[in-house]
Design a protein around this ligand. Structure first.
Ligand code: SF4
Length: 345
């Protein structure tokens, strides 16, 4: 059966059935903006029962939902058609903004040593329909709360650029003014640092946010936390950032997870400042989530060290923010997305 997220097939089908522009618009609005499940569309909506019979509209089964007791995070655990499990996180920020952290793969091939998903290994890429289904499920939950989904970040399970084709297809529909209609600037993809793919993506979607997970100040440290650095060392990343800056219409986000006694000294801050000198970047310092640190051997930096690190970079003229990591009590924070069943295998 065809995917409901294949807009061309959807339009072709509706046109063939004799539906006009009005019905087409209505179908798109109900499905992609109001996140209405096909089965709950009233009979009076004559266009949609026809769709239900001809299109597959659900690609993930929601098997559990965990709401944080301490902040506005919700972790959704989904099962795929082949029995795999993936996680998606809704982040309700105090300001009223709502973000969703989307997974792009089951597991991940990058094996970052601090990351729960990396410990799973790579199982498979998610299809574009599975990527979009995470957004639709979250959109339905938020709709019931009268909240609107604004930001989409591809920072869940997986390296999104390793699943380029499905990432591209899902973004095309997310950005399409006659489908999901999200603003370019409110979507960000995060990469572990794959130069060619980062550049290719930046050329294809110059207005979509790009984040580089830097997480270390020198090659020696970076290769320990992110093995991908062996193949693409920081010198190559620096050249890539320069090339990306030439094609993008805004700067790149630099993400820096702070690990106690690994990458959080003032000497490290100095090296980061030197590495990024002259680039249009925004640095986001992310406190490492301590919940899994005894498993991984990483520990959270002291808050005062993070502040000193931030102050140093600010004094050097950088835009630097500290991310408040939501969802710590439900293992939904950075580097923690992995269902336990899979980790234990
Ligand atoms: S941090 Fe990202 S790229 Fe690295 S293993 Fe985890 S999911 Fe993969």
């Amino acid at each position: 059966m065809k995917s409901i997220y294949d807009k061309k097939d959807l339009e072709k089908f509706l046109e063939k059935q004799g539906y006009g522009h009005r019905e087409l618009r209505r179908a798109r609005r109900l499905l992609f903006r109001e996140f209405e499940p096909l089965e709950s569309i009233p009979e009076s909506e004559k266009v949609l029962p026809a769709l239900e019979k001809n299109f597959k509209a659900s690609f993930l089964k929601l098997i559990s939902r965990m709401d944080s007791n301490i902040d506005g995070a919700t972790k959704l655990l989904f099962e795929t058609y082949d029995g795999k499990q993936i996680e998606t996180v809704i982040l309700r920020i105090n300001t009223g903004r709502t973000s969703i952290c989307v997974s792009s793969q089951v597991g991940c091939s990058e094996k970052c040593t601090f990351c729960a998903t990396g410990a799973m290994g790579f199982l498979r890429n998610l299809s574009y329909s599975e990527i979009l289904d995470q957004i639709v499920h979250a959109g339905r939950i938020l709709r019931e709360e009268n909240r609107k989904l604004r930001n989409i970040v591809f920072m869940g399970m997986g390296e999104p650029l390793r699943n380029y084709t499905n990432l591209e297809k899902s973004l095309e529909l997310l950005l399409d003014g006659s489908a999901f209609q999200f603003a370019h600037k409110f979507i960000t993809i995060s990469s572990s640092g794959l130069p060619d793919l980062m550049l290719k993506f930046s050329k294809r979607f110059p207005q979509v946010g790009v984040a580089l997970s830097l997480n270390a100040a020198d090659d020696e440290t970076r290769v320990q936390v992110m093995p991908v650095n062996d193949k693409f060392p920081m010198k190559v990343l620096r050249e890539t950032l320069e090339e990306i800056e030439d094609v993008r219409q805004s700067g790149v986000m630099i993400e820096y997870i702070m690990f106690k006694d690994v990458n959080d000294s003032l000497q490290d801050a100095k090296k980061v400042a030197e590495f990024l000198r002259g680039l249009d970047v925004h640095i986001n310092l992310i406190p490492y989530n301590p919940d899994l640190s005894d498993v991984k051997g990483f520990f959270a930096s002291n808050p005062e060290d993070i502040i000193a690190f931030q102050d140093y970079l600010k004094d050097e003229g950088y835009k630097v923010t500290r991310r408040f990591s939501l969802g710590q009590d439900i293992a939904a924070a950075c580097g923690q997305l992995a269902n336990n069943e899979t980790i234990e295998k």
